[in-house]
Write a protein that binds this ligand. Structure first.
Ligand SMILES: Nc1ncnc2c1ncn2[C@@H]1O[C@H](COP(=O)(O)OP(=O)(O)OP(=O)(O)O)[C@@H](O)[C@H]1O
Ligand SMILES: [Mg+2]
Length: 339
């Protein structure tokens, strides 16, 4: 082979290697699609593409260009991926004049060996990634199954409480049971959302809060008492660990507004504003009711509601505050959601 032809062969090989490495970087395609592309690039990089056929075998896959059949003129390169064997076979479909180095050039043998090594590295990486994806999917499914069970158990607790409420005669005990029912319901609304969400890392809790508010106002027939709410909230990027305490805090605050704020007025409104920047979520809560009684110290509460709020606030590591200058009841929270 003269120098020019030899150089041309070399350029062909390098171009083929470059193209194949590009193909192997794409992970969007199936194994069959990738291997088929490799076969077609490799065929064209050899000396006599028109009479050359290639077959790649690996695991359950056998990929070849249309007219592959085993002939006397065969070049094989083996590879192994995680104990699974694979090989590239190259054949001439017609007899070729005996070249000095046999029917295949030394460069061709090197090219096929390089491609076979590249395939081994690629297939190993791809198999590991596939395994990781599978195990991640399995874990997500297990997690969903657990959330589903939690949700079902909460539903059972809720039914038990409702039964109990139905049996009790006096209104005071019924009211107490109802408070517990609504606390359990708040948990169950969040778990319901978790069960129905495809991406557990990226849940938007805005719908949960809305559902929670609608349920609470419905359960106290707030509508007929002219109590309305307004929710001003963009996407809420908090984690499940924070969503549950946060949901319960909202439950306590809204219950309080419904129960205590509007006793002296013919209705009123509740405003919830939640906004998040790169790191912090700020939650502003207010109602335009009668405001907190003078004698109440909510930093050291004797009642369950605020004891619960205080413990939930420390669970999400939030800063809490009240504003007494404004009219009605005003409360705010600020917490980092990147913990
Ligand atoms: N939005 C509000 N408007 C007016 N008063 C309120 C408001 N929220 C709370 N309060 C007052 O603060 C008190 C303490 O609230 P807290 O939630 O701790 O107890 P509770 O609602 O009375 O009972 P529970 O333990 O069942 O929640 C209430 O009894 C009420 O007097
Ligand atoms: Mg309360």
């Amino acid at each position: 082979m003269d120098a020019v032809s030899s150089l041309r062969e070399r350029v062909k090989e390098l171009t083929a290697l470059h193209e194949i490495s590009k193909i192997l970087y794409s992970n969007q395609e199936t194994y069959e699609q990738i291997l088929l592309k490799v076969v077609s690039v490799l065929v064209n990089a050899l000396q006599f593409p028109e009479i050359t056929a290639i077959r790649i075998t690996f695991g359950i896959y056998t990929i070849q260009n249309g007219n592959f059949k085993k002939t006397y003129w065969l070049l094989t390169s083996d590879f192994e991926v995680l104990e699974e064997k694979g090989k590239i076979e190259v054949v001439y479909l017609k007899e070729m004049p005996d070249a000095f180095e046999g029917p295949f050039l030394k460069e061709e043998r090197q090219l096929v060996d390089s491609v076979s090594q590249m395939l081994a590295v690629y297939l190993m990486r791809r198999q590991r990634e596939d395994e990781l994806k599978k195990s991640l999917l399995k874990k997500e499914l297990m997690l969903k199954e657990i959330h589903h069970r939690v949700k079902n158990n909460l539903q059972i607790i809720l039914s038990l409480l409702r039964l109990q409420e139905g049996i009790l005669g006096d209104q005071k005990s019924k009211d107490l049971i109802k408070l517990s029912e609504n606390r359990v319901k708040a948990l169950s609304v969040i778990h319901e959302k978790l069960y129905g969400t495809a991406d557990l890392q990226n849940i938007d809790y805005k719908d949960c809060i809305k559902e929670l508010l609608d349920h609470l106002l419905g359960s106290y027939s707030a509508d007929s008492h002219n109590i309305r709410y307004e929710l001003d909230c963009a996407k809420l990027p908090i984690s499940i660990d924070q969503a549950i305490p946060f949901g319960l805090i909202i439950n306590e605050l809204v219950t309080n507004s419904i129960k205590h704020a509007f006793t002296e007025s013919a209705g009123g409104s509740i405003l919830l504003k939640i906004f998040c920047d790169e790191e912090y979520c700020t939650f502003e809560y207010s109602d335009d009711g009668r405001g907190l009684p003078e004698n109440i110290d909510l930093t050291n509460p004797k009642t369950l509601g605020y004891q619960l709020i205080n413990s939930l606030v420390s669970q999400i590591d939030a800063k809490k505050g009240f504003c007494t200058e404004k009219h009605g009841f005003n409360f705010f929270l600020k917490f980092s959601y990147k913990i």
